[in-house]
Design a protein around this ligand. Structure first.
Ligand SMILES: *Cc1c(COP(=O)(O)O)cnc(C)c1O
Length: 375
């Protein structure tokens, strides 16, 4: 079907745009020999895993369920990191993950023998205590009091036996100059133990597929670790895989006036795009302008009872009408992985737009998806 025939609300991911991103990432892999895996936290659209698997080396996960999803749906390398693993999930994790990354020496001590006996590669997450993002505390694993990664003064080299890799993840939507700064901190604090490692994982947060991303500096960082320490380098971006590759198409349900024009859409910031409120950010909306930029300005709002369920103020060339379709951009990442059914809000359908422009709905949700999560 055509894009404008899709049901609303609906997430639509454009296969050609995903592939454009994948080609950029596989270019980095080919030129450097580094391996790139998909961080499923950002994007878990399994329909596209076969395509992603043609280009990338596999998946990484934040725990058992994501690991299982990657293993079942892509089935290449399966990495996992969790702040702490539960005893009762470890056997299954070991049975499906080839790289298991621990967040502390106590977790390492607890599970290392079992993982090594099964032939798994084990790594340790380090915290280089090098904040490169400002004003984004909740996305900064190097912020004060962060639970992520072992800091230098807690590092216990005598317990590294069997550990073949170090992992750090400190970036969020950043360019490669911040990676370089971080890598300097990693070397300064942990460089002593790099020669005894086999691999290093640079984590995610690299906005590699963004137009202004400096790929040459990224590749120099990779090569530095390869040449200086003989390490195999892993990157695990989430956002970069599906950046600007999807939409959320919605319909206008009604209007309201209260000091301004308000439109109510068949979507919800809090249920369908929670990062709009959490991050917070203003999602791009096709054909619109900033408030006041075009002649007709509306506050776009959601269908729930939360007063703050507001997507933002946008302006248009023509007045909006009931039934008009509004299409939000960059809606592939951190969107469908974060939806919820608060207030009985239906979940958006999920569709793929093929390379020929034709769209197909791959999943629709209903009342049962709301009810089954309650008891
Ligand atoms: C979130 C996360 C990623 C992916 O981050 P993006 O910002 O989506 O690239 C990779 N690794 C770890 C450990 C993460 O927590």
């Amino acid at each position: 079907m055509r894009f404008d025939e899709l049901p609303t609300p609906c997430f639509v991911v454009d296969e050609a745009l995903i592939e454009k991103n994948l080609k950029i990432l596989s270019g980095v892999m080919q030129r450097t020999g580094a391996k790139i895996v998909l961080a499923q936290k950002a994007f878990s659209m399994t329909t596209l895993y076969p395509l992603i698997g043609e280009y990338l080396s596999g998946t990484t996960a934040s725990g058992l369920f994501e690991a299982r999803l990657g293993y079942e749906e892509m089935g290449k390398e399966t990495h996992v990191f969790a702040p702490a693993y539960r005893e009762d999930e470890m056997d299954e994790i070991i049975s499906i993950c080839d790289h298991i990354i621990f967040n502390s020496f106590s977790q390492l001590e607890k599970f290392k023998d079992k993982a090594l006996q099964a032939g798994r590669k084990i790594g340790l997450r380090i915290n280089p205590e090098c904040s490169t993002q400002v004003g984004h505390e909740i996305y900064d694993p190097c912020s004060t009091g962060s639970r992520f990664g072992v800091v230098r003064d807690q590092f216990r080299p005598e317990l590294l036996d069997g550990v073949t890799g170090l992992h750090f993840h400190t970036l969020c939507q950043q360019n490669s100059d911040d990676l370089e700064t971080t890598l300097n901190a990693v070397e300064e604090k942990f460089g002593e133990w790099l020669p005894q490692m086999e691999w290093i994982n640079f984590g995610g947060g690299h906005h590699i597929t963004r137009d202004d991303y400096d790929i040459a500096t990224l590749e120099a960082c990779i090569q530095r670790m390869q040449d200086k320490y003989g390490l195999e380098v892993y990157l695990e971006p989430g956002e970069a895989v599906a950046l600007n590759a999807g939409y959320l198409t919605t319909s206008v349900l009604d209007f309201h006036k209260n000091g301004m024009d308000i439109a109510i859409l068949d979507t919800s910031a809090t249920c369908h795009m929670p990062d709009v409120l959490e991050m917070p950010y203003r999602p791009p909306l096709l054909g619109s302008g900033e408030a006041g930029e075009k002649p007709f300005t509306y506050r776009l709002t959601g269908q729930t009872c939360l007063t703050g369920d507001v997507i933002g103020d946008y302006s248009f060339d023509q007045p909006l009408k009931i039934g008009d379709r509004l299409v939000f951009g960059d809606m592939a990442i951190y969107s469908m992985v974060k939806t919820n059914t608060f207030n009985g809000m239906p979940l958006p359908a999920i569709a793929v737009q093929g390379k020929d422009g034709d769209c197909r709905v791959v999943r629709e949700f209903g009342y049962q998806d709301f009810k089954m999560r309650l008891a």
